[in-house]
Design a protein around this ligand. Structure first.
Ligand code: ATP
Ligand code: MG
Length: 536
């Protein structure tokens, strides 16, 4: 299951050469939203790479930006990672390193490698230059170290307002790498932090904080996504110039992007805030909590992630690949009859007392279920038409005979309609000789459909989920214009009694889908049986 990948090869090499004897990786989420399928790549890879070599896996919250962060996200993220089955060895918070980070910033100032700038954020941005032109040096760049140090201490003491001053690295305003043009290391933010409360009013920037966090923890291989490739020089610079004992190696891999699906924490946050979806755990979202709510088995997510490996480039992946893994994961789930949008059938020549048919519920025939049958049954509304439309129609129609799965052949004779002309019942007849299991071969039925006994069947809700966005949605359009109005559908359904008593919560609803039964006996479609499944 754990395929080889380029990072695994690097780690193997580092162990072989003795560069490391203990591997430490980490997953470093910012607690500013919920995790999605993309994050599963990072979590699973960091976890399995550490564990494959007897190493340690950290969960570290990158809580350096108090304004966007919320403690409720922390609990949700922990919950998701536990669910994924990637337990962390150590739970850590970047905010616990604020003292060390501050000391390291002072060290940089003393070494003449950082200075307090008094220009506004706008001016700093405008003077960064372009890819073709070097940036402009700040007039404060060459102020004495002692002056910068005093100002930095005053920043920490709360003597200035937000944005009045920043601490910048002094590197190279002409560097071809924009991230090396005196990046901001600290900013003033008079904000309450969920853990450090009001102890700090200066907060470190990502490019300064992240490498220090990794180095402090002794992370050996710091995996991140490709957009940080250009940040690697500043990462290495910070570790080196801050004289960190342990030197982590940043390695980039391609983000997992799902075609036509909304991921990105910020975007998901807006969908929730705008009420487009119920909450973060909406089963139509590719958040881990949404996938869990829908019933996606964790093992399928692992297989999906491992099957894609760790590409060095970014491409879009179809959600169908995950669906294939879900199908193979659930392929041996017990089979049940679930009749969606039930239509009553009265078998006029069947005796008034019913009978019990028994059937295996699973492939190994270890689970046996009783299937009640009587003169009143339900079939799916879509399994009947008045007139057989064409040769491909392998279901019921007036004058047509079909096999009821595990039971008898029935023939539709007439229909009962309500005042509006809707069909509310089918009158049918059966042939006692056609009982399933007997070798009746006088004639062939026009297909096989499933049913549920009317008296003993149990009414339930069946939920169907479809993509949130219309196909090939143009993302530049307002969200309302690209929403799929059929993304979540609730149907009335009826299930055979065994569907509520069989062990486990996953079933194959015959001819339709793999479903998950929840605590309230709602049946959720996890995935259709086949991707382009068309009943014929
Ligand atoms: P988003 O891009 O969805 O807003 P993020 O990158 O802001 O997410 P973080 O909390 O910063 O989320 O990410 C935590 C870790 O997850 C980082 O190491 C990041 O590289 C990784 N990660 C985020 N998105 C993906 C993805 N689509 N595929 C793989 N790894 C990802
Ligand atoms: Mg981020």
């Amino acid at each position: 299951m754990e395929h080889s990948n380029f990072i695994r090869t690097i780690i193997e090499e580092d162990l072989k050469t003795g560069k490391h004897d203990h591997i430490i990786t980490r997953f470093p989420p910012e607690p500013n939203g919920f995790l999605h399928l993309g994050h599963a790549r990072s979590i699973i890879m960091n976890y399995t790479l550490a564990k494959a070599f007897g190493g340690t896996f950290h969960l570290r919250f990158d809580d350096t930006n108090p304004i966007k962060e919320d403690a409720t996200f922390i609990e949700a993220i922990k919950n998701d990672i536990e669910w994924l089955g990637c337990p962390w060895d150590d739970l850590l918070f970047a905010s616990d390193y604020f003292d060390t980070m501050y000391e390291k910033a002072c060290l940089l100032i003393e070494k003449g490698l950082a200075y307090v700038d008094e220009q506004s954020a706008d001016v700093i941005r405008e003077t960064r230059g372009t890819l073709k032109e070097p940036g402009l040096k700040s007039p404060y760049r060459d102020r004495p170290n002692a002056e910068s140090l005093a100002l930095f201490q005053a920043m920490k003491a709360g003597d200035f307002k937000d944005g009045e001053k920043v601490l910048r690295a002094k590197i190279d305003m002409a560097s071809p790498n924009m991230n090396m043009r005196d990046p901001v290391l600290y900013r003033i933010q008079h904000a309450h932090h969920h853990r450090t409360k009001d102890a700090w009013c200066i907060y470190p920037m990502y490019d300064f904080a992240h490498p220090l966090e990794d180095a402090i923890e002794g992370i050996t291989h710091s995996l991140c996504t490709l957009e940080f490739e250009d940040h690697r020089p500043i990462y290495d610079w910070v570790v080196r110039e801050c004289e960190m004992e342990s030197v982590p190696r940043q390695i980039e891999f391609g983000k997992l992007k799902i075609a036509n699906e909304i991921s990105g924490k910020r975007f998901i946050n807006t969908l929730v805030a705008d009420g487009v979806v119920d909450d973060y755990a909406d089963p139509r979202l590719v958040t881990l909590s949404g996938l869990r709510k829908k019933g996606v088995p964790v093992a399928a997510i692992h297989r999906f992630i491992h099957s894609l490996g760790l590409p060095k480039s970014e491409g879009e992946t179809s959600l169908q690949m995950l669906e294939e893994e879900i199908r193979s994961e659930l392929s041996s789930a017990p089979r049940i009859h679930l009749v969606k949008e039930p239509l009553r059938v009265t078998i006029t020549n069947y005796p008034s007392e019913g009978e019990i048919l028994t059937q295996a519920a699973d492939q190994d025939e270890t689970l046996v279920r009783d299937i009640p049958f009587s003169a009143q049954i339900y079939i799916e509304k879509d399994d009947f038409v008045l007139e057989k439309p064409n040769k491909k129609w392998k279901r019921l129609a007036l004058g047509i005979e079909v096999r009821l799965m595990h039971a008898y052949f029935i023939k539709a004779e007439s229909v009962v309609t309500d005042e509006a002309g809707n069909i509310i019942e089918i009158k049918a007849t059966y042939d006692v000789r056609t009982k399933s299991g007997t070798d009746f071969n006088e004639r062939k039925p026009n297909g096989t459909i499933h049913f549920v006994d009317a008296k003993q069947g149990v009414p339930v809700t069946y939920m169907e989920y479809n993509p949130l966005l219309i196909e090939n949605a143009d993302r530049s359009q307002p969200i309302d214009a690209i929403l799929n109005s059929d993304s979540m559908k609730s149907y009335s359904a009826i299930v055979e009694p065994a569907a509520l008593t069989l062990p486990g919560s996953y079933f194959q609803a015959i001819r339709s889908s793999y479903v998950r039964r929840d605590e309230a006996n709602v049946f959720h479609r996890v995935v259709a049986l086949r991707s382009s499944f068309k009943r014929s």
